[in-house]
Design a binder for this molecule. Structure first.
Ligand SMILES: [Zn+2]
Length: 90
């Protein structure tokens, strides 16, 4: 019985990895926000399965108008990198 469960878990894991692999290779599709209709931008996002070495970078669409906090989080991260660079070369 447990072997059947392990086989099912492996199959599910393989199916999820196959899905993530296909999504990481697919070109970003132009999308509009379902709430406000604005053109979405794509944010590269890293996915992986717990206990697995493979990771997959998938561009996820999001709306800057409806989710401005996502963009401010990215901007803060970028500004921190710039500050570190300045301190290294100052
Ligand atoms: Zn929106």
């Amino acid at each position: 019985m447990s072997q059947a469960i392990n086989k099912d878990e492996r199959s599910l894991r393989c199916s999820i990895k196959e899905f993530l692999d296909l999504q990481s290779k697919a070109p970003p599709v132009t999308a509009c926000c379902a709430q406000c209709g604005s053109l979405c931008v794509h944010l590269p996002t890293l996915f992986w399965l717990d206990g697995d070495e493979d990771s997959f970078c998938i561009p996820l669409p999001f709306c800057l108008r409806c989710n401005p906090q996502v963009f401010s989080g990215v901007a803060e991260t970028n500004s921190m990198v710039v500050q570190e660079s300045k301190s290294l070369y100052a």
